[in-house]
Design a protein around this ligand. Structure first.
Ligand code: ADP
Length: 617
């Protein structure tokens, strides 16, 4: 079988056919071959790409497959046998190299259809390494893309130019559970919509399925679409669709239920806040850090006789009068400068001004908030004109009544005192006791009336002080001696110690006597029988420090501040304390303050109390 060889044709310049074949071969990465069934010889024209393997026979006349990749060797050998026997397949791919030292290439061997009387098989071996690598790369890229699409948190879908489903991810099917069964590649968009309609998937379509379908299809035909869709189970979707250059549709489905719910909740909250702001009787005004009015509710419009439009942009200071106008620029800058203002979180009284210039008293509570990183203040302003007027009427009434009571009471007490002194002669034992009770009670009533009148004077700012030179030792001595009898009825002794060497200072002796007597009588009243009350006064560092100390029941820590407020009394099981009015200390405090001093208490329940009055010496 010596003729079983591969012949290489040199291009025959006289044979135009051969010359053309040779030239074509130079242009393509392919080898043309012929198998002569009669000669049993492969012929390969000259000028082919020498890096491409082509069919050849071994020395034994059998196809030489030594340069074929081992994995494909058997297959190529069989196929070449078939070609040699005249029954060739149309095409197949395999890997082979042109020489043992070269790398393998992916080749495609194709045979041409043979005419019935033709005695040669013709075919090509083509290097498809590059296109195979390209298509492999494309395949990998596609897999990656599909993977990525699959892992998207949103539903993703592609429909081709004929509106047939190409691909959709798992999330897309989860989003539309009722029509997921219809989402098979090749199904049309319309079919899938119809499946959803049949299952009642779209809330907006219920009862008008036909109309909804045609509307939806019309939207779908747009080259760009962004709409919201409500599903029957209450979920909300955002649909985004884009047409690509080849007419396909890319669609995204984003579940916006949570966003919608939040937006609805926010809208509801805003609505209820608006309703509150509209109906509340207090003026509610928000301002920025410069005091510029940002919001002005209907109550504010009414209170200040000013429309919202006129108020917005104005400074809140224009609605207040005087130095304390709040929140004026100075206040705000000092607040922002770190000096926490007294106004925040507290209720304070101011004088406000209507647009017509009339003034009225208000109570202002200021809160702080932060909006978008900027500080804002919200002021709740209450018109207290009516309350002030009622207070004044009440005070005047109490004052009048007290004044009217004071004169007859003084004469009653005086008359009872005279009777006690024996003016009407000796009275029987029972009569004396009754007289004693009447006298004590008329004195208590007198003290109460005086206290009420004092409170009223303090509140109205009408308390007058007769400031002159006084001697603290004398004041203390007078108080102690006038309370001697009182102390003895409680079985308590009063000890005065440490009177200062220079006891002279300026003050109102009557008012200060009132303070010292009140502290002393409390100390006596709250001591136990046999106990001592200590009074001492020291002068140091420009102050007189007066201390009244008892060893009685003491005052609970949390109530120690409160005892200086009007009508406050610590609950006591001891009957001896039932006679107090709860006004004494609330009168002492402003008297001491009017002298430029302070009053305070330190006390431990069960161990007694020390009241300390500091007066400028
Ligand atoms: P009053 O003594 O008339 O009730 P005050 O204003 O003088 O009114 O005192 C208010 C309350 O403070 C008293 O009711 C009592 O509960 C408490 N308090 C004042 N002084 C003392 C004290 N020395 N020891 C214990 N409690 C006292």
């Amino acid at each position: 079988m010596a003729n079983l060889t591969v012949e290489q044709h040199d291009a025959d310049t006289n044979d135009p056919e051969a010359a053309r074949l040779s030239a074509l071969q130079g242009l393509t990465r392919a080898v043309y071959w012929e198998w002569d069934l009669k000669d049993r010889c492969f012929r390969v024209p000259a000028g082919h790409d020498s890096s491409i393997w082509f069919p050849r026979l071994g020395p034994e006349g059998a196809p030489d497959v030594s340069l074929i990749a081992p994995l494909h060797r058997e297959h190529v050998r069989q196929t070449l046998e078939e070609i040699c026997n005249g029954s060739a397949p149309q095409e197949f791919a395999f890997q082979a190299r042109a020489k043992a030292s070269a790398p393998y290439k992916t080749l495609m061997l194709r045979t041409a259809r043979r005419a019935p009387n033709q005695t040669t098989e013709t075919g090509i071996v083509q290097d498809i390494s590059e296109s195979t690598a390209l298509s492999e790369r494309a395949r990998l890229a596609e897999t990656k893309l599909l993977d990525a699409i699959e892992f998207l948190e949103d539903g993703f879908v592609i429909y081709d130019a004929d509106d047939r489903l190409v691909v959709c991810n798992r999330r897309y099917k989860q989003i539309y559970p009722l029509s997921a069964h219809a989402m098979v590649p090749g199904a049309t968009f319309t079919d899938i919509l119809k499946a959803g309609l049949a299952a009642g998937e779209y809330a907006e379509a219920v009862g008008r399925e036909e109309a909804w379908l045609s509307e939806r299809l019309e939207q779908h035909r747009l080259s760009e679409l962004e709409i919201e869709q409500r599903l029957a189970d209450g979920r909300w979707l955002r649909i985004a669709e884009r047409k690509t250059a080849d007419g396909s549709h890319i669609g995204l489905r984003i579940d916006i239920t949570r966003i919608k719910q939040n937006a609805e909740a926010l809208a509801e909250r805003a609505e209820s806040i608006r309703a509150i702001l509209d109906t509340v009787v207090d003026a509610i005004v928000t301002i920025d850090t410069h005091g510029t009015i940002l919001t002005f509710n209907p109550a504010a419009e009414q209170m200040f006789a000013m429309s919202r439009d006129a108020a917005l942009g104005e400074n809140l200071g224009t609605l207040m009068t005087g130095q304390n106008a709040f929140p004026h620029d100075g206040f705000i800058s000092s607040y922002l400068g770190g000096q926490a203002a007294n106004a925040i979180g507290k209720v304070r009284e101011f004088t406000a001004k209507r647009s017509d210039g009339t003034e009225f008293p208000v109570e202002l509570a200021v809160g702080q908030m932060e909006v978008g990183g900027e500080k804002r203040f919200v002021g709740i302003i209450r018109d207290i004109s009516e309350r002030k007027q009622l207070d004044r009427i009440k005070r005047e009434f109490i004052s009048t009544v007290s004044h009217e009571l004071k004169t007859p009471l003084t004469s009653i007490t005086g008359a009872l005192g005279l009777l006690q002194g024996g003016l009407a002669g000796d009275l029987p034992e029972q009569g004396r006791e009754l007289l004693e009770i009447a006298y004590r009670n008329s004195e208590r009533l007198g003290a109460l009336v005086s206290d009420i009148l004092d409170v009223e004077k303090i509140e109205a700012g009408r308390m007058s002080y007769d400031m002159r030179e006084c001697d603290i030792s004398t004041l203390i001595g007078d108080c102690v001696s006038s309370l001697k009898t009182y102390a003895s009825t409680y079985g308590v002794t009063v000890e005065t110690t440490g009177l200062p060497e220079n006891p002279i200072f300026t003050g109102d002796p009557d008012r200060l006597t009132q303070v010292i007597s009140n502290l002393l009588s409390n100390a006596i009243k709250f001591s136990r029988q046999g106990q001592q009350v200590e009074v001492r006064a020291d002068r140091n560092d420009g102050w007189f420090v007066l201390r009244v100390r008892d060893f009685g029941e003491g005052i609970p820590l949390d109530l120690q501040d409160k005892i200086f407020t009007r009508f406050f009394r610590v609950d006591s099981s001891d009957d001896r304390h039932s006679g107090g009015t709860g006004l004494g200390l609330s009168i002492c405090k402003p008297i001491v303050q009017a002298h430029g001093g302070t009053i305070s208490v330190t006390s431990a329940p069960g161990q007694g109390s020390t009241f300390e009055v500091r007066l400028p010496a």
